[in-house]
Design a protein around this ligand. Sequence first.
Ligand code: SF4
Ligand code: SF4
Ligand code: SF4
Length: 251
Amino acid sequence: MKYLGIEPQKVRVGVFDFTGCEGCELQLANKENSLLDFLSLLEVVNFREVSSDRGQDYDVALVDGNISRADEVERIKDIRAKAKVLVAMGSCACFGGVNQQKNRFELKDVIEEVYGEHPVETDRVKRIADVVKVDLEIPGCPVSKEEVERIIVNVVTGADIKIPKYPVCVECKQKINTCVVDLGQICLGSVTRAGCDAVCPTGKVGCLGCRGPAEDANYDALKEILLEKGHPESAIVERLRFYGGFNGTVC
Ligand code: SF4
Ligand code: SF4
Ligand code: SF4
C-alpha cells in the first residue's frame, strides 16, 4: 500500500511459541479474510508456522505459550532484548494457561504420571511476565483473531489500545442468551473480562475464565449465587483455577 506514491516502512513482526498448543498462532495464520490488509502494515520476518524465514530484526514480538524449561528462559530473554514491543498472546502466555495446573503438584509426580517411562525435561510453569518485561497482554484460549489484529494495528499506528474491562455477562446479555447458571451450570462470566463475544455461554457452556479477571470483579457475589444453586465450593475453586487467570486473587 502506498501513500502519496511512497511505500511506508513496515513494522517488522516476529511470532514465537513456547509451551502451549500453538492455537493462538494458528488464529493469526488463519486470517484469510483480512490477511492482506494486515500485511500491508506489517512485515512478518519470523513465524515458524507460516514461513521458513528466521529474521532476527523484529520490532514487535508476539509470544504464545508459557515458560516451562530452562532453554525457554534463555530464548525469551533473547527475544526481549531484540524486540521494542513484546506482546504476550493467549492465556498460556498471560496466566500460565491450562498447563499451570501442574504447579499444584510435585514436579516429579507430574513427570512420572504424564510421561511414565519416557520422562522429559519440564519445570514449573511461569507466565511470560514472570521472566521478562511484557508490554501488552492479550488474553484468551485461543485469542480472538479480530482482537489481536485490532490491537497490533493500534500498536503499529500509535492509536489507543482498548481491551474490555467489563465482564462476559455484558456480552452474553446483549445476545439475549438464557443464563446457564439458571440451567444448573457454573459460569465465570460475571468475573471474567469480556471480548470473546460470550462464545461459551452462547453455546450453552459455562465460562471457564480464559480471559482472566474483569475489572472490579465481585467474587463474593459469584460464590454466594453458585453456593445457593448447590455447587460445592471445591468445584467453584477448581473452575477459577483452570486457566490461572485468577491465581493470586481468589485462589
Ligand atoms: S492459550 Fe490456549 S490456544 Fe493459546 S497456546 Fe495456550 S492452550 Fe493453545
Ligand atoms: S450465562 Fe454466564 S455469562 Fe451469561 S449471563 Fe449467565 S453468568 Fe453471565
Ligand atoms: S466465555 Fe469465558 S471461557 Fe469462553 S472464550 Fe469467553 S472468556 Fe473464555
